[in-house]
Structure formats: structure tokens, C-alpha cells
Design a binder for this molecule. Structure first.
Ligand SMILES: [Ca+2]
Ligand SMILES: [Ca+2]
Length: 470
């Protein structure tokens, strides 16, 4: 190439290159909408994606994208760096009416080899509104969902009190919350699927070790639970809408009765105490009167925002806020409730990324809000000082063997004290330990076969290795 055309080419490319650099900078630091303090930490709020409609579910996927449901029926992947929405599928048979529509979603924990997406939604069957749990298969090559398989259908529904949040437990069974469909007595009817938390195998069959053999029921006596999660230590929590009093956060224990409609909130009235004593009722850990309309529930335990570590984070629709609920060591006590994020309207979905950012989906277009021009939105909550200060050096010499592994795995650490964390394909912590010597053995008992990452953090840097557990 002659010098002159080369110069011309450079001249033509320069604005593009500069423009690209500016765009990258803008992505890295979206404009701050507001900040708030969590102890000494400043948390910055920015908008990742505008112009959505009722963000019902948000979760962090093994592809390092956010996965989202919008209640009218669309499933999308959202690029967390740019906010770009990549629609995957708009379900053809969702009925959105009042509180009903496309609700919760989970991905199979071993998505690399079992690319299943589980969704729960309302549909219309011969003119009657119902609810079903459907498994789709994700095809990465075409960014699409195919082969829908109904795992549980024909559930009684109305336009209100449909639940439904999904959660896959560490033992790879699936929990699904259902609402009472405005038929309160059904919550105590063991023959009904309404007002329950159900437990299924991932193929829809009934686990052999459910509380009652042959029954899908895991717990009963719920009104309308819309938050559900399991902590790394195995404990399970749920949020639940009360009537005009007594919204609840509950610790979920197999076979327990959560009281509705005979008990609202605590077992504190004389007739409630009689019912509670006779029916193995589990009282809530905390209850709200007046109500706040609690929805999404997640767990924060990342060093990015130290003041939130060990806490449940709960979104509230009616009260329009995010609530921090610190758990004590027993997991049975919530001593304080601290409110954040009060200026963005109705908040419904929430998840945490492996980097310690919190993503919150608004619900201002659900018929009960006052949407701003750019609603609904995904908001990002992050400690920007932590993010910029902790881009650590790569730690050389970390070795993981055997790989694939079965009962234990050895991790070689070239640089003294370190923390070693094993995460599953969804980024969830499966094992975590502190190592003082230059090698450590990580037990794998109870760890199911699949693809995992071993993350090592030492003073001199970090390293990540993939591990296959057989
Ligand atoms: Ca209850
Ligand atoms: Ca009560």
C-alpha cells in the first residue's frame, strides 16, 4: 500500500476508533442516577436498560448475561456491559391479565450440558385462565428456545394471586410457589396445588423424598409467595404477600404449614395459637403491617458492599423500595429492616452478579404504577470504588487436579494465604474455604456432577480455573 492511501485510511478510521473508545468508556461508567450509603460504602445507582415492560424475573446466567422475563411474555438475554436486549422468545400463549402473565424463570444448574430454561406462566384453556410450568431447551447457535415440554399444567388460576417464583435447589429438585388464586381455603387443602410451595424433579416427576410420598407438596398454607431462594448453606427463604396486614418473609422447611388463611403473620391471636399448635405452623421471621407488597428476594454476601453481607435483599412493589434483612448465624432471626432505593417506583425483580453488583427490575407498567418515560428499567447498584480498586493481577501457577475430579480436588496455591471458592455454572457458591498453606484439598462430597469454576483470591492476585466434577 502506498503511503498516501494509508494516511487516508488512518484519517478515515481515526474518528471511528475514538468513537469506539468513547462508547466503551460510556459503557463502563453509565451516568449515576443517584447514590446512597451502606455504612461507609457509597453505592451508585444507574440504569442499564430502559423501555421494558414489567420486569418479572432477573437472574445471572452462566453465559454472564442477565436473563429476564417481562410479564407480557418475552424472555430475553441482556448484555450487562451495554444493556442491549437480545430477545430469545416471546411465548405465544401467555395470558397477561392483572397480576397474571409470564412470571418466574430458572436455568438448569448444569446449563452447558443441560441447556434447559424453566418458566411458569398463565395461559387460557377453553376460556379458563390457568397456570403451568414449562421447560424449554435453549439453542445457543440461534439464541432461541425450542421444544417446550409442560412439566406441570392445569393449575387453577385467576387474574390475582398466581405466585410464582421458581428455585432449583442444590439437590437439583425444583421448588415452585403457587398463589391461592383468591380461594383462600385451598391453601390448607392438601389435594390442591394452590397456596403451596411444590417440589418436583427437573423432569417434572415427584421426588421420592418429598414430605408426603407421592405428593408434590413441600409446604402449605401460603397466600401468594413471589420471592424464593436457597442460600449456599442450604437454607431456603420466601417472601409472601399478606392481605391488608402481615406481609411475610419465611424460612421454608419441608412439611411445615405457613398458616394462611387461619393464621396471618405471627401466631399471636388466641384462635391462631390453637391452630398453630395443632398444625405444625412455622411463623414468619418478620412481618409487615401496614403491608409493603414484597416480591423478589435475593441473598447478598459479596465483599463489594460489606454492609450488606449476609443479608436478604427484598424488593417491594407497593412500598416502592429495596429492603435489607440481615440474617443472624442461625438463619432464624431478622433483627433489623433497612430501606433503600425509594425513588424508582415499584420494584419487582432482583439478582446479584458474581462481581457483587445488584440488578433490580422495576414494575411501573404493571397497571398499578406511575411509569416514567423510560420505564420499565433494569437498575444497577454497585460500589464503583470496589470495582475499580479490585481489578486484580492474574495469579500464575494455580493448578487444580485431578480434573475431572470425583471425591476431592487439590488446589495448588503459589502465593500463600488465599480464599478458594467453588462456583456452579450459575455463579452460585458451592464451597468456600480459607487456605494458609500452598496447597489445599477441597472436598466434593455432595457436589453434583457438572461444570464448575474454582476461583482463587490471594493478596497478589486472582485466578479462575474450570473444573469438571464427575
Ligand atoms: Ca404465614
Ligand atoms: Ca397473627
Amino acid at each position: 500500500m502506498h503511503p498516501k492511501p494509508l494516511r487516508a485510511l488512518k484519517k478515515a478510521l481515526l474518528p471511528l476508533l475514538l468513537g469506539g473508545a468513547a462508547a466503551l468508556t460510556a459503557q463502563a461508567q453509565a451516568p449515576a442516577l443517584s447514590t446512597f450509603a451502606v455504612g461507609p460504602t457509597t453505592v451508585t445507582v444507574s440504569a442499564l436498560t430502559p423501555n421494558l415492560d414489567t420486569v418479572w424475573e432477573l437472574l445471572w446466567g452462566p453465559d454472564n448475561f442477565l436473563w429476564m422475563t417481562e410479564r407480557y411474555g418475552r424472555i430475553s438475554r441482556v448484555n450487562p456491559a451495554t444493556g442491549a436486549v437480545l430477545p430469545v422468545l416471546t411465548l405465544p400463549d401467555v395470558t397477561e391479565n392483572n397480576e397474571s402473565g409470564l412470571l418466574g424463570m430458572v436455568l438448569h444448574p448444569n446449563f452447558a450440558t443441560s441447556p434447559y430454561v424453566y418458566v411458569v406462566y398463565n395461559y387460557t384453556d377453553a376460556g379458563v385462565l390457568k397456570e403451568k410450568l414449562v421447560r424449554y431447551t435453549y439453542v445457543a447457535a440461534t439464541n432461541s428456545l425450542t421444544a417446550p415440554l409442560v412439566l406441570l399444567g392445569n393449575i387453577v388460576a385467576t387474574t390475582n394471586h398466581s405466585g410464582s417464583r421458581l428455585c432449583i435447589l442444590a439437590d437439583r429438585t425444583l421448588l415452585m410457589t403457587t398463589g391461592d388464586a383468591l380461594q383462600a381455603s385451598e391453601s390448607q387443602n392438601r389435594a390442591s396445588l394452590n397456596g403451596k410451595i411444590l417440589r418436583l424433579n427437573l423432569d417434572g416427576t415427584i421426588p421420592a423424598n418429598n414430605p408426603t410420598p407421592g405428593s408434590r407438596l413441600y409446604t402449605l398454607g401460603h397466600r401468594n409467595p413471589q420471592g424464593l431462594l436457597q442460600l449456599p448453606n442450604g437454607r431456603i427463604y420466601s417472601s409472601e404477600h399478606g392481605p391488608s396486614t402481615n406481609d411475610e418473609v419465611n424460612r421454608i422447611e419441608p412439611g411445615r404449614n405457613y398458616g394462611w388463611p387461619n393464621v396471618e403473620g405471627y401466631c399471636d391471636l388466641p384462635n391462631e395459637q390453637v391452630f398453630c399448635a395443632a398444625n405444625n405452623v412455622r411463623e414468619p421471621l418478620t412481618a409487615w403491617t401496614p403491608t409493603i407488597a414484597p416480591a423478589g428476594l435475593t441473598y447478598y454476601d459479596h465483599p463489594a458492599i460489606p454492609g450488606w453481607r449476609g443479608s436478604l435483599l427484598l424488593t417491594a412493589l407497593g412500598a416502592r423500595k429495596l429492603v435489607q434483612l440481615p440474617l443472624d448465624a442461625t438463619g432464624n432471626t431478622i433483627a433489623t429492616r433497612t430501606d433503600f432505593l425509594a425513588t424508582y417506583g415499584r420494584l419487582r425483580s432482583v439478582c446479584v452478579s458474581p462481581q457483587g453488583r445488584v440488578y433490580v427490575g422495576t414494575s411501573n407498567r404493571d397497571g398499578r404504577g406511575t411509569p416514567a418515560a423510560t420505564d420499565d428499567r433494569i437498575l444497577v447498584l454497585e460500589n464503583r470504588a470496589f470495582v475499580s480498586a479490585t481489578r486484580p493481577a492474574a495469579l500464575a501457577g494455580v493448578e487444580v487436579w485431578p480434573n475431572p475430579a470425583r471425591k476431592t480436588v487439590q488446589v495448588r496455591l503459589p502465593a500463600g494465604p488465599a480464599t478458594v471458592v467453588l462456583r456452579d455454572a450459575l455463579g452460585r457458591v458451592v464451597r468456600s474455604l480459607s487456605a494458609v498453606s500452598q496447597a489445599v484439598e477441597l472436598p466434593l462430597d455432595g457436589v453434583l456432577p457438572g461444570v464448575y469454576t474454582v476461583q482463587v483470591a490471594a493478596a497478589s492476585g486472582t485466578a479462575t480455573r474450570q473444573l469438571v466434577v464427575e
